[in-house]
Design a protein around this ligand. Structure first.
Ligand code: ADP
Ligand code: ZN
Ligand code: ZN
Length: 743
């Protein structure tokens, strides 16, 4: 027999199968991971068997080795679907489904299991209780440790220190007395799964929740798609929890996707409190490779039946899938920005159909496309209009920044916002100030000639970082010292413009000298979990004001936050993207949702130069449907999604001439077919991309507006073939359907 093998490589021209003879002693099936000799390479190459046939027309070499795990049939098909749909290599897609951290070179070199010393009791419960009662053990700290271990045997030293205040010396003393042992134990490496004391059970659902729950739970064996549309706090998560519970009771698994940034211990704890940590696996990009491996195996072995994760968790090796939930379905992080540029919701839709399970999307501000499909009846719409715990939605005030300017207020804080912050300080309540960073960082400009200081490698204005007095490129990380004269006209009349979070923090500190502040942005959040640490610090130390970018918007419950200030709502509006209004509405609504989650009603102050813009007016009254109705007309008139699809063919090269040649060749190919085969599409000429140079690569693109179907897919795959047939040095071509980021 002969195996058709896909070689694990990103080389596009190798996106085809190679034949190998199957030795009789190897149990090779479709989906097996194999090692094969390949080309002139000395090392064996890794591949995946995608088909088995009687014979080959070529003279073929035998398969050299076989690995244990194999890819399930459904997932092999999924990889083929993705390669086709996202214009990429099957091998790249398959890699998403393989266990983390193994390369073709280490056949049996599994990641070493991590072992730590766990502390365990070496006497029985009675013996220990006797020892405490009879006064054999007198030290209170030693008693604390023993009592802790009676409930949590085999705990790490770290946990003992955390929960009992005891030090290593206390433990050593107990060891000398013969009460405990240190045992090297394999630990599961996952910082997000830890002991949760609380246990919760199903809440009694409100009528709205019950109706949504019933609709889905009575169809758990059907491949239906649902959109749970409900304001923040309307109890969507409680519905997910109960659906997952019902799925678990049937012995089936659930995948629950949340945006990367809301995947916090707080989120995970809610699931652990309901289902216990043994049932749960967590997957996301901040885990170390060892951690990811452990979680992956826990899922693969069927131990964890509830998988909580960011985008890529949709590929988890789940056993007996019964339900997929995608929370905050409008979130951009569900679309991958690197190859393969897949959309996790589309992948979930594929699994829904092939496995035959329900897919539940949820959001307070659904993606325009999802809501449109719901209106068209393609997705079942389940609406929650009220907050579940009876807390009220916050009041929103709009401040017209033009009037502030006219009144001579040049600071970033309006009179109204200043009063509200002061009142919060007086009442010991917390405030969040939100500054949208996009296009709003500080930059340096020459006042004489208007030149801005740009990155040498990218055509991007550098951002000024005051504390370090340096200029940084937010695209490639390139940085340089602050300049003292204009590189163009050599004038010394240089000024910083715009305002970043640093500048805002300074202003706040000078306006409210006694207030405590904490800042969260891309600069302060860099190391693992630091995002979490900042939020925890804000909460537990009751810091007065949290200043942050996008990151403050999602997923957290701060009972003492009663005021949210949006410094400039227009930033996103002015962003050159057809989704600018949608994004603005979403962001404002989500930010407002942060205020008043506790007892006291929340207030939101939105500062803007466009108070009459519908995205801002309708965010004020939190009326998503009215926003949708307005925006959908705009999209219809201008022919934007959901009324068409947008394909972007992005080309780049280190060489301008080569880029131009590629752009013209691809365009000529497309134009030829579009005309001859009478495609109903709008094909635009090649233009420089909005950012026309990144990391020394010049960039151009061709945009096509169309209704995506198989014919269009064929057209675009043809463009790829045209490209691969060209002799190029550094050029690349990436084709993307409805990209999230039009920059
Ligand atoms: P969402 O996911 O829509 O933001 P959550 O499920 O987090 O909403 O619910 C918001 C708050 O309301 C939570 O504190 C939750 O415990 C509470 N809650 C949800 N459903 C109910 C219910 N049926 N009865 C009482 N409280 C509820
Ligand atoms: Zn750069
Ligand atoms: Zn100048």
């Amino acid at each position: 027999m002969v195996a058709e093998v896909i070689i694990d490589t990103s080389v596009k021209t190798l996106n085809k199968t190679f034949d190998y003879e199957i030795p009789t002693d190897l149990d090779i099936k479709v989906g097996s991971r194999v090692f094969v000799p390949f080309g002139k390479q000395k090392e064996l190459a890794e591949g995946i068997v995608v088909n088995i046939k009687e014979a080959s027309e070529f003279k073929v070499k035998p398969v050299a080795g076989l690995q244990e795990e194999q890819i399930a049939d459904d997932y092999l098909d999924l990889a083929k679907f993705m390669a086709h749909r996202y214009f990429c290599n099957i091998a790249d897609c398959l890699r998403l489904m393989l266990p983390p951290g193994r390369t073709n070179k280490n056949i049996d070199n599994r990641i070493k299991e991590k072992k730590i010393n766990c502390i365990s009791l070496s006497k029985s419960r009675e013996e220990i209780e006797d020892a405490i009662e009879s006064g054999v053990i007198k030290s209170q700290k030693q008693i604390d440790v023993l009592e802790f271990l009676l409930d949590n045997n085999n705990s790490s030293m770290q946990d003992i220190e955390l929960f009992t205040d005891a030090t290593a010396a206390v433990v050593t003393a107990l060891q000398k007395k013969g009460f405990i042992d240190k045992v090297p134990t394999k630990v599961e490496r996952n910082p997000f799964i830890h002991k949760v004391d609380k246990q919760t059970s199903n809440l009694e659902l409100t009528d709205e929740q019950q109706a949504a729950f019933d609709e889905i739970s009575s169809n758990l064996n059907t491949a239906n798609e649902y959109l749970v549309f409900g304001v923040t706090g309307s109890g969507k998560t409680e519905i997910y929890l109960q659906l997952i519970g019902k799925t678990l009771a049937k012995g089936k698994s659930s995948i629950m996707l949340v945006p990367e940034i809301s995947l916090t211990p707080q989120t995970v704890d809610r699931f652990i409190a309901r289902f216990g940590e043994d049932n749960i696996a967590v997957l996301h990009s901040k885990l170390s490779i060892g951690e990811r491996f452990d979680q992956w195996m826990k899922i693969k072995e069927g131990k964890a039946k509830i998988i909580i994760g960011a985008r890529s968790a949709i590929f988890a090796p789940v056993q007996n899938l019964g339900l997929i939930v995608i929370d905050e379905e409008h979130d951009e992080s569900y679309e991958s920005e690197s190859n393969p540029r897949y959309n996790a919701i589309e992948v979930a839709e594929y699994l829904k159909d092939t496995v035959g399970v329900p897919l539940v999307l949820g959001s307070a501000t659904p993606d325009m496309r999802s809501f449109y499909r719901a209106r068209q009846g393609e997705i079942k719409l389940l609406t929650l209009k009220n907050r579940a715990n009876q807390s009220t939605l916050p009041t929103v005030d709009i401040v017209d920044l033009r009037e502030e300017l006219a009144n001579g207020n040049r600071s970033m804080i309006s009179e109204k916002l200043r009063e509200e912050i002061q009142s919060n300080l007086d009442n010991n309540q917390q405030t969040i100030l939100f500054l949208n960073r996009r296009g709003f960082a500080s930059f340096v400009m020459c006042k004489d000639c208007g030149e801005t200081i740009k990155c040498d490698r990218c055509n991007i204005t550098l951002t000024y970082h005051k504390y370090e007095n340096r200029l940084k490129c937010h695209y490639c990380g390139n940085e340089k010292a602050m300049v003292s004269e204009c590189p163009s006209c050599h004038s010394k009349n240089i000024r910083t413009f715009g305002a970043g979070t640093q500048k805002l923090e300074e202003e706040i500190q000078s306006l409210f000298p006694g207030a405590t502040t904490i800042r969260m942005d891309a600069d302060t959040v860099s190391k693992k979990n630091s995002h979490e640490e900042i939020l925890n610090k804000f909460k537990t130390e009751n810091i007065n004001i949290l200043i942050g970018t996008q990151m403050v918007v999602k997923g957290h419950d701060f009972p003492n936050v009663t005021l949210v200030g949006v410094i400039a709502a227009d930033n996103e509006l002015n962003f050159g993207d057809f989704r600018a209004s949608e994004r603005t509405f979403q962001t404002l609504t989500q930010v407002a949702g942060r205020a008043g989650r506790g007892e006291v009603a929340g207030r939101v102050v939105v500062q803007t130069y466009n108070p009459e813009h519908y995205a801002i007016e309708l965010a004020k009254v939190q009326d998503y449907e009215a926003f949708f109705d307005t925006e959908v007309e705009v999209r219809k008139a201008l022919k934007y999604p959901p009324f068409c699809d947008i394909i972007v063919a992005e080309m780049s090269s280190k060489n301008k001439n080569e880029l131009l040649k590629v752009a013209n060749t691809i365009h000529a190919y497309l134009k030829d077919r579009v005309i001859n085969e009478k495609f109903g599409v709008l094909l635009y000429s090649p233009v420089p991309s909005p950012i026309d140079k990144i990391k020394d690569r010049y960039r151009m693109r061709i945009i096509i507006k169309c209704k995506y179907d198989e014919k269009i897919n064929d057209l675009m795959n043809g463009a790829l073939d045209t490209f691969y047939n060209m002799k190029v040095l550094t050029a690349r071509l990436a084709i993307e359907l409805n990209p999230n980021n039009m920059q």
